[in-house]
Each structure stands twice: as structure tokens, then as C-alpha cells.
Design a protein around this ligand. Structure first.
Ligand SMILES: [Zn+2]
Length: 287
């Protein structure tokens, strides 16, 4: 009987499992030794939440996209363990250069910095990198970046998770809602309620000014400025915590699903390796 109690004591208080503290998902919070454990625990799966610094209407902070994407990515990584890279906001935002506080690096630097960032993540064991996008202006940049990973061999895989749509949920009150409007303001009420100045939502117009008349088949970079020169699309006053909770939960759930899928994906890297091997001598590819 006494031996049993001793065994129980050892099991509860001395075994290494008991002493182990839960690993942080924040890259910058880990010691070097804990980082090694984190790579192991995450199966080399790392998140790169990608925000931006740009105006968000008259009532939301410049870092809105960064704050929101980090909120959901960090929560998702705690639910399904993955390592989360520190603040990253070096994306495409030329269309807001006329507004105060916008940080718009050159196109070349955006691509180089992202490549070197994922290269460095991979060199440290992140064999599977999920870029979680939080900013609409990155939606063209990121698939291009992912595609350009086939330019030359890489020993890691880049996965891009675009902006997540969340149909269903509470009925929305506004029809135009592309930037700092009902949806985005609602999400900020969840991630950073203290930074939402709801009393300022109507200081500027978020209506579509429709100054360009072109068919849908044509894309031109100035389209956004033509429609929304105040960098505000919609009406933040329509925001509710209920909508924010629904949309943030849907986003977080989608990231958890993505982390699980990536952790169990052994095919992408295998196929990538096969592709690069064959790309070295295309004339041997059977026709
Ligand atoms: Zn935004």
C-alpha cells in the first residue's frame, strides 16, 4: 500500500511530464531550448500572420488587420499547436499612400523580405509555413508568392490562407462593407475593443463614390481610390459584438482546420521534390 502511494507521488510530482510547462505559441517568447521543443510539437508547422499598417476609416487603428489576424492566429495555434511568427506587416498597400500612417514598402522589397522570412523560418525547422492573410491588399501578392516558390528548389512548403468568408451568422445591416465597415469594426470589437472609436464612424463617408465607369472585365490599380478615397468602405456604426464573435470564431475555426490539414500533409513536399528533380532535366519527361 505504501509503495503505491510513493508511486503515485512520483507520478504526480516528480515525473518530467508534470514539471513540463505548456509551450508558448509565440516565437519571440520561447527560449532557444523551448524553441526546439516547439518545432517538434508543431511538427514543423508555423504560422505567419500577415497584417498591414493603413488607415481604417475615421474610427479604427492603423494596425487593425494586424491586430485581428494575430488574435485569431494565436487563438487557433493554442487550440492546435503551431508556432506563430512575430508581427509582420510588410505587404501591398500602395493604394493608401495618400493617407497618414500607411507603411508601403516597394514591391521588390515585399517579395524579397517575405522570401527571406520564410527561408529563415524554414532554416529553423518550419518545414510547413502557413501565411495567414489579414489584409485585402495582399490577396494578389500572396498567391503569386506561393506560385513563385516553384521558381527554384525549396525544402519547405508555403501554404497561403486567404481572407476567410464567413457566410451565415447574424444578418448584416449594410450592403457596402469592404473596409472598416460593419464586418471589420465588429471584429475589432472582439480583438481590440479599446481601440474602436465608435463615436467617430460618421466623421467621413464610406459610400462608394463610383468615379470609374469600366466593365468588370478590366482591372486597374486606381479602382479602389476611385471608389473609396477616404479608405473607408461601409459604415462602422452598424457593428455589433455578436457579428464580430461569429466572424472571428469562423476565422479561427478555419485556421485550426488548416493547421490540422497541413500537419498531416506529406504529399506537397514529396511532390515538390519530385517536380524540382524532373525540372532539372525536362527532356527526360515522358510525353
Ligand atoms: Zn482592414
Amino acid at each position: 500500500m505504501r509503495a503505491g502511494w510513493i508511486a503515485l507521488f512520483v507520478l504526480l510530482f516528480i515525473s518530467p511530464g508534470w514539471a513540463q510547462t505548456k509551450l508558448s505559441v509565440h516565437w519571440e517568447e520561447l527560449t532557444a531550448a523551448d524553441f526546439q521543443s516547439a518545432i517538434e510539437q508543431s511538427k514543423g508547422t508555423c504560422l505567419l500572420p500577415f497584417g498591414i499598417l493603413e488607415k481604417h476609416g475615421p474610427h479604427l487603428p492603423l494596425g487593425t488587420d494586424l491586430l485581428d489576424v494575430r488574435y485569431v492566429a494565436l487563438n487557433a495555434a493554442q487550440q492546435e499547436y503551431a508556432l506563430v511568427f512575430p508581427q509582420y506587416y510588410f505587404g501591398q498597400i500602395f493604394e493608401a499612400k495618400h493617407q497618414p500612417g500607411t507603411v508601403a514598402y516597394s514591391a521588390r522589397l515585399q517579395l524579397d523580405l517575405l522570401q527571406e522570412t520564410t527561408d529563415e523560418m524554414a532554416r529553423n525547422g518550419c518545414q510547413k509555413i502557413i501565411i495567414v492573410n489579414g489584409h485585402g491588399g495582399n490577396e494578389h501578392l500572396l498567391p503569386f508568392f506561393a506560385q513563385s516558390q516553384l521558381e527554384k528548389p525549396h525544402d519547405y512548403v508555403v501554404y497561403v490562407m486567404g481572407i476567410v468568408a464567413s457566410p451565415g451568422g447574424p444578418a448584416k445591416k449594410t450592403a457596402v462593407d469592404m473596409h472598416a465597415g460593419e464586418s471589420e469594426t465588429s471584429k475589432m470589437l472582439i480583438s481590440s475593443p479599446n481601440l474602436v472609436h465608435i463615436d467617430r464612424t460618421n466623421q467621413e463617408s464610406g459610400a462608394d463614390q463610383a468615379r470609374l465607369k469600366l466593365p468588370d472585365t478590366l482591372y486597374t490599380g486606381i479602382w479602389w481610390y476611385a471608389s473609396f478615397p477616404n479608405h473607408y468602405s461601409g459604415d462602422g456604426a452598424a457593428a455589433t459584438r455578436e457579428l464580430g464573435e461569429f466572424e472571428m470564431k469562423a476565422w479561427q475555426d478555419a485556421i485550426v482546420t488548416a493547421i490540422r490539414a497541413v500537419k498531416s500533409d506529406d504529399e506537397s513536399l514529396k511532390l515538390q521534390n519530385e517536380f524540382f528533380e524532373r525540372a532539372g532535366h525536362p527532356l527526360d519527361t515522358k510525353q
